[in-house]
Write a new protein. Structure first.
Length: 170
């Protein structure tokens, strides 16, 4: 992000719109969707960082977050969230993988059109974010002990508060 502030800024705005909204899905649900898609995409940085942000929203329940990332169907979350995670996993494969029966199932479990819209957009955006991070071989922390502090900052203050105002050397 520091390399290209002109793209980092709108990406931060998008992340805030998608993940920090209180309209419909909870912030925890939004981060769980992002973490699950990032896990499916094998993006180490994103699945750990968004998993940690979800941990913040879920009062430290890291076991739940890890279960959602790896086996959401057996995680102790609502049927609504399970059906949305199923849709997100289909989006991760490609938009045309989302089936009408998945949408019907989500609606039968209480998902609104807005919940489904946001799930699809979060999943699609995280495919882009994951590929951005990994495609540029971004320098990201491998030490998991560094993630909780940054996650707390994001949970409290949002995305993009660390974006540089000028390009940094390559």
């Amino acid at each position: 992000m520091a390399f290209s502030p002109e793209t980092a800024e709108p990406m931060g705005v998008l992340a805030n719109l998608l993940l920090r909204s209180d309209d419909g899905l909870s912030r925890a649900d939004r981060e769980l969707i992002a973490a699950h898609v990032s896990y499916l995409n094998d993006c180490f940085y994103c699945h750990h960082s968004h998993g940690e942000i979800a941990v913040c929203y879920l009062e430290g329940n890291r076991d739940l977050v890890n279960k959602v990332k790896t086996d959401y169907q057996n995680a102790p979350v609502s049927d609504k969230l399970k059906s949305l995670l199923c849709i997100a996993a289909s989006v991760q494969k490609g938009g045309k993988h989302v089936r009408p029966d998945q949408i019907d199932h989500a609606k039968a479990n209480g998902a609104s059109d807005k919940d489904i819209h946001d799930t699809v957009l979060i999943a699609a955006a995280f495919c882009m974010f994951n590929r951005y991070v990994d495609g540029l071989a971004s320098n990201t922390p491998s030490d998991l002990s560094s993630y909780p502090l940054r996650a707390k900052q994001i949970a409290e203050h949002g995305y993009g508060n660390h974006i540089f105002s000028t390009s940094q050397p390559a």
